[in-house]
Design a protein around this ligand. Structure first.
Ligand code: GLN
Length: 465
């Protein structure tokens, strides 16, 4: 059921005022104990709501997204608001401009309520790597909210926001969506502009909507998509219509990766539930193929090699000169070093050090170029697969969410928990988490630029599983 359509009708029919709608959600966000909010945009949100109410009062028509409250992961620029990346370094940094994706939502009339808690600079899988306190899971608050877009997923799951905009580099929208039982889409790389999204690993960073229905994902995706001269990796895409994704009769073959399911690290219940879902799909007459793929360890190490290299390079600009919380030292070099040592989290520093090692002379051929080469092989393997199957299905995570505190004790386990999401990121493919099939959901993936097919199959599974 589309929350956006439901609220739109209520607003139009004057069953609720936008001011009350916004105020209620702001109250929920403010009082919530899940640590989902870094800053509340109450003043601007209420001012915007008032304008929507005036329009309705005047008998003017309002657009579908007009007056719909949403949340923004705290890594997006929104002019005049704090954009902290949940870090000490940018604790007091205010956005001088607005990200393209967010601007498009504003132009459509949607109302931002909060900048949402996340792992600092997107570094993490649990939303514990943040100066604002660990995000608590929407269903079991003693568990993590997932990450890095944990605050965004929890806000949607708890109905604090109607939808939220997360960011996905290696699973950060899909995994928290799975952990909190909502939908989360990582579109094809380049479908939505990254301009104004703080860069983590630029070659896989994607803007991704989190919502409670496929229809809401579709609506928000359409609004944010499109070519942007400020991000030259973007491309022009076709709007996905509601009708086009209703019937899935052109989906004939579905594949899944054998080694994901046979891996000894997978939770036995997730494995059993995934196989039950596969059996149900087979029973509808769709052909199911078990495919070969790279081992989890290879996927995770390739992803982290490249992601660390890119983040080390991207974050090198944060030295306290143009941005961030500067701490003066004896001389300039000292100032850089103290500013960065004191203000980056342990996890971010680990990645910066690792990334600089990967890129350094004498190591880069051995590590970085090997990573790039493996990425090409992964892409080729996907191309081959999509000649045989229309869709690839996979669990979102090998395990259920850990307890708060546990991931910090076992970092390798945390990195390995990304095993099922990072491969699709390296392939730059469209992939969606649906809250069905296993306790942490299922991931539906299609070939590049085929986001429509992903949503179509999600609709089909809604009735099948
Ligand atoms: N957990 C992965 C990482 O830490 C993915 C994070 C993300 O997509 N931002 O890199």
């Amino acid at each position: 059921m589309s929350q956006i359509r439901k609220i739109h009708t209520q607003l139009k029919n004057k069953e609720i005022t936008c001011t009350k709608l916004v105020q209620d959600r702001l109250d929920l966000l403010k009082q919530n104990t899940h640590n989902t909010v870094n800053s509340l945009l109450d003043e601007s949100a209420l001012a915007l709501a008032k304008k929507v109410d005036a329009k309705i009062e005047n008998g003017e028509t309002i657009g579908l997204l007009e007056g719909i409250p949403f949340g923004i992961k705290d890594v997006y620029m929104l002019q005049g608001t704090y954009t902290t990346a949940s870090s000490d370094l940018l604790k007091k940094y205010k956005s001088p401009y607005t990200a393209t994706a967010i601007q498009k939502l504003l132009d459509a009339g949607a109302i931002p309520l909060a900048k949402e808690n996340c792992d600092s600079f997107g570094h993490g899988s649990s939303s514990e790597n943040t100066i604002f306190g660990a995000v608590k899971n929407a269903i079991h608050p003693e568990f993590v909210g997932g990450g890095s877009s944990g605050g965004s997923a929890v806000n949607v799951a708890k109905d604090f926001t109607v939808f939220s905009i997360g960011g996905d580099t290696g699973g950060s929208v899909r995994q928290p969506a799975g952990y909190n039982n909502v939908f989360g889409l990582k579109p094809t790389y380049g479908r939505i502009s990254r301009f104004g999204l703080m860069a983590y690993a630029s070659s896989t960073d994607c803007v991704g909507p989190i919502a409670k229905s496929i229809e809401d994902i579709r609506i928000v995706l359409n609004v944010m998509s499109g070519k942007d001269i400020k991000d030259l990796t973007t491309y022009e895409s076709q709007e996905i219509s509601e009708e086009k994704i209703l019937k899935a009769n052109d989906i004939k073959t579905v594949g899944y990766f054998k080694n994901f399911i046979e891996n000894k690290a997978i939770d036995p219940q997730i494995k059993a539930d995934f196989l039950t879902s596969i059996a149900k799909i087979k029973a509808t007459g769709i052909e199911v193929k078990a495919l070969d793929f790279f081992e989890s360890e290879t996927l995770v190490s390739t992803y982290y090699t490249l992601a660390m290299a890119e983040t080390a390079s991207n974050l090198s600009r944060l030295d306290g000169t143009n941005y961030g919380n500067r701490i003066e030292g004896k001389n300039l070099k000292d100032t850089y070093s103290i500013t960065r040592s004191e203000n980056f989290s342990e996890e971010s520093k680990r990645r910066i050090v690792g990334g600089n090692q990967v890129l350094s002379q004498g190591f880069s051929d051995e590590i970085y170029l090997k990573g790039l080469n493996l990425r090409d092989q992964i892409s080729e393997s996907f191309e081959k697969d999509f000649k045989e199957v229309d869709i690839i299905l996979s669990p979102v995570t090998p395990n259920t969410p850990p307890k708060i505190g546990d991931s910090l004790k076992d970092l390798l386990a945390m990195y390995l928990s990304d095993a099922y999401t990072v491969g699709f990121s390296l392939g730059q493919l469209p992939t969606l988490t649906i809250p069905k099939g296993t306790e942490t959901g299922m991931q539906i993936t299609a070939a590049k630029n085929n986001d429509e097919l992903v949503l179509k199959f999600a609709n089909f599974l809604k009735d099948t599983l």
